[in-house]
Design a protein around this ligand. Structure first.
Ligand code: COA
Length: 261
């Protein structure tokens, strides 16, 4: 069991627990997380959810690169769609969901955090979408949610560079709602949860649904396109080079695209 759920009265604390791999998500973990989110969504006794990562280093360091490195086009479509379903399940929960970002939230980790309603970060947390360094575009909603949260210009710069964004910078651009010393992060998340829980749960759920709908208008079509281009990357050389380089702990070597057209 890699997804732990701990109930504290009406609060459910979900801990992604695979610290040896910085909580990176395999297909098995995606399915387990999706099931857990659906279970909690149907549990009327839960009023707010906090999602965090086990260990001191990472929230989630992304999709599991070892597993992804072995995928072909069809496997990539399925992997992307499962990631979308997991993130959509988080976003669709009637309860507010707070991401307590205790460390790296990269790739799929940033995408999971962005599917949450509110993000709080520890001072040392780093967020980002480094997929292009692996020869692939983001594939679990990153190209759709990041521009909606921080604006398209900033999102493009972050996704094209693949760079890590500090917690302080994330606060400045609205990617996170608060930054705290690591040892205070969970207390702050609980305080925020309490401030939600004092309000009418039906009204909070309705407000969430209404706000999600405005964001949802074209996420679905964007996600279909995202899966397509993600999967197409698995037909080319950049994906295998990028992932092999990561796994071999060397810098990837990419040839420049043709410029004569
Ligand atoms: N998939 C699979 N394994 C991962 C992983 C991922 N996304 N991210 C980290 N790990 C594993 C490492 O392979 C390593 O395993 P090992 O101890 O068996 O060798 C372990 O987690 C610790 O990671 P390591 O890279 O040694 O830690 P670090 O402090 O040097 O670097 C990161 C931390 C987050 C910067 C680095 O792990 C990283 O860049 N991870 C990939 C991030 C990424 O590209 N995510 C998007 C994927 S689409």
């Amino acid at each position: 069991m890699s997804i732990e759920v701990q109930k504290e009265d009406a609060l459910a604390i979900v801990t992604i627990n695979r610290p040896d791999a910085l909580n990176a998500f395999t297909t098995e973990l995606i399915l387990e997380m999706t099931d857990k989110m659906k279970e909690i969504a149907a549990d009327d006794s839960v009023r707010v959810v906090i999602i965090t990562g086990a260990g001191e280093k990472a929230f989630v360091a992304g999709a599991d690169i070892q597993e992804m490195s072995e995928k072909d086009h069809d496997g990539a479509v399925a992997f992307s769609r499962r990631g979308h379903k997991m993130c959509d399940a988080i976003e669709a929960m009637p309860q507010p969901v707070i991401a307590a970002i205790n460390g790296f939230a990269l790739g799929g980790g940033c995408e999971i955090a962005m599917a949450c309603d509110v993000r709080l970060a520890a001072e040392q947390a780093k967020l980002g979408q480094p997929e292009v360094s692996l020869g692939i575009p983001p594939a679990w909603g990153g190209t759709q949610r990041l521009p909606r949260i921080i604006g398209i210009g900033r999102a493009k710069e972050i996704i094209f560079s693949g760079r890590q964004v500090s917690a302080q910078e994330a606060l400045g651009i609205g990617l996170v709602n608060g930054v705290y010393p690591a040892d205070q992060l969970m207390d702050e998340a609980k305080k925020l949860a309490a401030s939600f829980m004092k309000n009418a749960p039906g009204a909070v759920a309705a407000s969430k649904k209404l706000m999600n709908r405005t964001m949802e208008t074209s996420i679905s079509s964007g996600n279909i396109h995202e899966s397509k281009l993600f999967a197409e990357a698995f037909n080319g050389e950049e994906q295998s080079e990028g992932m092999e380089a990561f796994l071999e702990r060397r810098k990837p070597s990419y040839s420049h695209p043709a410029t004569d057209d």
